[in-house]
Design a protein around this ligand. Sequence first.
Ligand SMILES: Cc1cc2nc3c(=O)[nH]c(=O)nc-3n(C[C@H](O)[C@H](O)[C@H](O)COP(=O)(O)OP(=O)(O)OC[C@H]3O[C@@H](n4cnc5c(N)ncnc54)[C@H](O)[C@@H]3O)c2cc1C
Length: 201
Amino acid sequence: MIFDAIIIGGGAAGLSCALVLGSAQHKPFAKEKQIGIITHQKTSHLQNALFNNVLGLKPGTLGADILNDGLAQLRNLYPHINQISKEKVLSVTKQDEHFIIETNKNSYASTIVVVAVGYTSLMHIDGLKSYIEPHPRAATEKDRIWLKNEDHLIEKNLYVAGTLAGWRSQFAIASGSGAHVATDILTLWNGGKHTKVHDKI
Ligand SMILES: Cc1cc2nc3c(=O)[nH]c(=O)nc-3n(C[C@H](O)[C@H](O)[C@H](O)COP(=O)(O)OP(=O)(O)OC[C@H]3O[C@@H](n4cnc5c(N)ncnc54)[C@H](O)[C@@H]3O)c2cc1C
């Protein structure tokens, strides 16, 4: 099977992107799309984080709980999104019209890839190294990186979201970046006509 879109990383940006893509399940242009998210959670910045300053999150919310609850929210609401857990991505390479994503356990093909693995310089994914530059919005001594992009797009069908896209490390910013990329992908699937997903009471 070739996925239509695979998100790499299940932190703030990756999970937000997956939730918005999942919520478009009833839109005709998104109905048949095969979507996956690779969730290797060990190195997430959420593991040690404590949130008091995020609108909508109860003060004292633990990042570790968001990692678990976010996956459960995605599973319960949008079970059609394939959750590929406990696999670490090792390489992303272009092959004809799609990307091949190699993990420590499997190999996947996808037309669109969203990279949302955080901005640590310890990120080692072959195929992405040529896009790595020093992070434009982080203290130099922290040695953070971004993948050079324009409005989240690295090259055709290859997106980056969250801190690795060059945004400052705040939960709301990373989540918003993931949601932004999701609406860009939905707009692409909608033939370029701008779209979003709103639930109503
Ligand atoms: C201690 C601490 C406290 C913080 N407190 C606050 C706060 O009070 N308020 C606030 O707004 N923000 C806070 N933050 C910042 C916030 O947590 C980050 O901005 C946010 O998590 C960044 O989101 P992201 O999606 O870019 O990266 P992450 O949330 O780190 O997600 C990256 C994901 O990619 C996965 N991954 C990495 N490599 C691979 C790979 N090769 N294959 C597959 N998956 C991979 C990781 O495991 C992780 O799940 C805090 C951060 C820390 C560390």
